[in-house]
Design a protein around this ligand. Structure first.
Ligand SMILES: [Zn+2]
Length: 449
């Protein structure tokens, strides 16, 4: 890591310039990127950036750009921040991304857990920015057609600050022989079901919910960090468990024993024990994690949290009607229908019964039973709060039964104002919405500062 900034809310740091701050960090024994330099004016900054770009191949870490900052820190408050996000005293100057040309060997399809057919490119391996790239996403059939990307083409590939490599387009002059435009398959490449193509969507779908690809993806999703957080249960192991017929669905995970795992390749006594323990531990995950993990259509992480907080238990949610679910603040009728549809399905009912029998919590323990001092109140946050991050402020408000919105209206209970507030402060004044600070928010939520 390299350090470059000190956040000391409410404290005087006694360091007035960015350059001196970096020197101080270094003097304190913290790692600081050694190529930083102080320059006079924009022209000198451009020269310095050009010089840094020539260093790129020699660095022992990856870099996609340079940050240019105003040196005088006392000007930061005065310069302010645009829309809470872009400070006027700092700018990221991105380098041109590295582009390489390689051969697109084949376009393959991955079927996701929703059944979406995701095309991707298998490339002749090529090195981009020190990483060997052999796959790239192709998003959907429309994009492939628009760029006229064909199997056998030479293509321009970049990583452009993204983790997933992208294909910019084909090099048509290099196209030889009889290539033909790509066509999305009419049948699912995994299970052979006829593919559905909703007229208002760019994606095609395999409609078979028992499609092996969909099952694999949905179990990996269930085990993922944002859901049940079962460590050590990734693609390879889920595939092995499915192939060995040790599991058919997520509920079967909770029946697995170390002895069964030992029959699979790649497991030793310790790793088998560890995986079973991780699965058992996941039973303590709150209802919101289970709801997100089940992959109910339209229910994302945030939606799962809202539902779990409102209903408190899986039973209460399962009994609710579409209207009641849709009326939960932040949910809406489309999600309401999807949720109720999920609970009506006989297979899902069986699955939920098995999960309950396995001893999963299926409760939102943290908040369902606690006091809700901010119930039915809506807050908007602007600027940098002294101690809470945006996510912490959101968790605090929602944990106390309140609601967080991005936009102000007359119905907003209060605007929570931090340092460098954006235009929202003016708007709140115009609308007559009350303005409070972090300390007041904590007081109202019955939390100690
Ligand atoms: Zn399929």
């Amino acid at each position: 890591m390299f350090t470059f900034q000190v956040e000391a809310p409410g404290l005087k740091l006694g360091i007035d310039s960015q350059h001196e701050l970096l020197d101080a960090l270094l003097a304190w024994g913290l790692p600081v990127e050694p190529h930083h330099t102080r320059v006079d004016g924009l022209a000198a900054a451009h020269t310095a950036i050009a010089k840094l770009q020539t260093l790129l191949p020699t660095l022992d870490y990856g870099a996609d750009g340079v940050a240019v900052k105003v040196d005088n820190r006392s000007l930061y408050a005065e310069l302010g921040t645009i829309g809470n996000r872009e400070p006027r005293w700092a700018v990221a100057r991105k380098f041109e991304p590295e582009v390489q040309v390689t051969r697109l060997l084949e376009i393959r399809i991955n079927v996701g857990r929703t059944g979406a057919l995701n095309p991707y490119a298998v490339l002749e391996p090529v090195e981009i920015g020190g990483v060997t790239v052999s796959n790239a996403t192709l998003h959907n059939a429309e994009l492939i057609a628009a760029k006229d990307i064909r199997e056998g083409d030479w293509v321009e590939v970049t990583r452009a600050g993204e983790v997933i490599p992208q294909i910019l387009g084909p090099v048509k002059e290099k196209r030889t022989g009889a290539t033909k435009p790509f066509k999305m398959p009419e049948r699912c490449p995994t299970c052979g079901s006829p593919v559905e193509h909703p007229p208002d969507e760019a994606m095609s779908y395999c409609p078979n919910i028992s499609c092996p690809s969909r099952i694999l993806e949905s179990i990996v999703h269930f085990a993922g960090r944002s859901a049940m957080d079962i460590r050590g249960l990734g693609y390879e192991r889920v595939r092995a468990l499915l192939d060995a017929k040790l599991i058919d669905n997520v509920a079967d995970l909770y029946e697995l024993t170390p002895v069964q795992l030992l029959t699979l390749e790649g497991f030793a006594e310790k790793s088998a024990q560890q995986l079973v323990e991780a699965i058992v531990d996941s039973k303590q995950q709150p209802l919101s994690a289970v709801l997100f993990g089940l992959g109910i259509r339209h229910v994302g992480q945030q939606g799962a949290k809202l539902l779990a907080r409102h209903f408190g238990t899986m039973d209460a949610l399962a009994k609710a009607g579409a209207e009641e679910v849709g009326a939960v603040r932040g949910i809406g009728p489309a999600i309401g229908e999807a949720v109720v549809g999920f609970f009506k399905d006989a297979r899902n009912k069986d699955l939920l019964k098995s999960l309950a029998k396995s001893g999963l919590t299926l409760k939102e323990t943290a908040t369902a039973t606690g006091p809700r001092p901010l119930a039915d109140q809506t807050f908007v946050v602007t600027g940098t709060l002294p101690t809470l991050s945006r996510q912490q402020a959101r968790d605090l408000i929602e944990g106390a039964g309140g609601h967080v919105s991005d936009s102000l209206s007359k119905k907003t209970t209060a605007l929570v104002v931090g340092a460098d507030p954006g235009s929202k402060l003016e708007k709140a004044k115009a609308l007559g919405v009350e303005q409070i600070d972090e300390a007041e928010l904590l007081r109202r939520a019955n939390r100690k500062p």
